[in-house]
Design a protein around this ligand. Structure first.
Ligand SMILES: C[S@@+](CC[C@H](N)C(=O)[O-])C[C@H]1O[C@@H](n2cnc3c(N)ncnc32)[C@H](O)[C@@H]1O
Length: 270
């Protein structure tokens, strides 16, 4: 578990896209990635090279950050139904939310006492199970995906996790065809994990769907480190940057970017 979580921990940026960086990065947090000063001295009773050579505790903290992220990502254990859904996703070549992101989704759903949640991108049901665990016992998850076989796996996974069939409404289709049919202000939480090229459209739809005090969350906004990399990037990364700016600058939203999994962008609608 810890190993797979470590594999999905956010990759540190090599170079930072200045347009995303509102303030200069403090000098002390710019420890080079090839700086071995954080590594432990062999036989050194847990002392790092930095401590041993310079007594510089801050660098030990920096060096432990990836390990701490991996620990955080695996902090809430997953059950058999989640593992089953995760295995189906892997077989189908689909991404699914990391255990840490799943745990964050549970917390977010519980925090807004979610009775109605809309999910874009059902996949095989990993995120759906986490959301259902956090929602009220009478809450209903409305989940949209154009691939019926993905939704079929999710349906089985929800059942295996013990959720009654009336706890989830599966809608086959593309998000931008389906979302306009859902009720204005009818949702406590919208979770977006579909087509990243459509992120800004999902944001517009989410603002319409959410009640005041409701919460929108976008999975995967780090794009494996590419979002903050100033090198040439594909269109989906450009769209994610536009999304990040739009969410940060919206007067309607109170945002936070959580460094779990591949980055979970969250915002509460005022
Ligand atoms: C990364 S997977 C979702 C994983 C899921 N959230 C989980 O953690 O288990 C992305 C899903 O989005 C679906 N998808 C792709 N384009 C979509 C669209 N336009 N609208 C809704 N879903 C879409 C794909 O079929 C796929 O199942």
């Amino acid at each position: 578990m810890a190993q797979s979580a470590a594999a999905s921990a956010p990759a540190p940026a090599r170079r930072t896209d200045p347009s995303l960086d509102p303030r200069p990065i403090p000098r002390r947090s710019l420890t080079p990635l090839n700086d071995r000063s954080h590594q432990q001295v062999p036989g050194g009773n847990g002392y790092s090279h930095a401590q041993a050579t310079r007594g510089h505790k801050e660098r030990v903290i920096t060096g432990n950050r990836l390990t701490s992220w991996a620990f955080a990502d695996a902090f809430v254990a997953e059950d058999d139904a989640l593992r089953w859904a995760r295995d189906r996703a892997r077989e189908a070549g689909l991404r699914s939310v990391s255990p840490g992101t799943g745990a964050a989704l549970r917390v977010l759903a519980a925090t807004v006492d979610a009775k109605a949640v809309a999910e874009i991108g059902t996949g095989t049901g990993v995120s759906g199970i986490h959301l259902l665990y956090g929602m009220r016992p009478d809450g209903v998850l409305t989940t949209v995906d154009p691939e019926p076989e993905h939704q079929q796996f999710a349906r089985q996974a929800f059942r295996a996790a013990g959720f009654a069939s009336n706890r989830a409404r599966f809608i086959p289709g593309h998000a931008l065809d389906v979302l306009p049919r859902l009720a204005d202000s009818g949702y406590d939480l919208v979770f977006c994990d579909g087509d990243r090229l459509e992120s800004l459209d999902y944001l517009a739809e989410s603002l319409r769907l959410l009640r005041p005090g409701g919460l929108v969350a976008f999975e995967g906004v780090f794009a494996s480190g590419r979002t903050v990399d100033s090198g040439p990037q594909p269109t989906e990364v450009i769209r994610l940057r536009e999304l990040l700016r739009a969410v940060r600058e919206s007067p309607e939203l109170v945002p936070s970017l959580l460094p779990v999994g591949d980055g979970l962008l969250c915002a509460v609608k005022r």
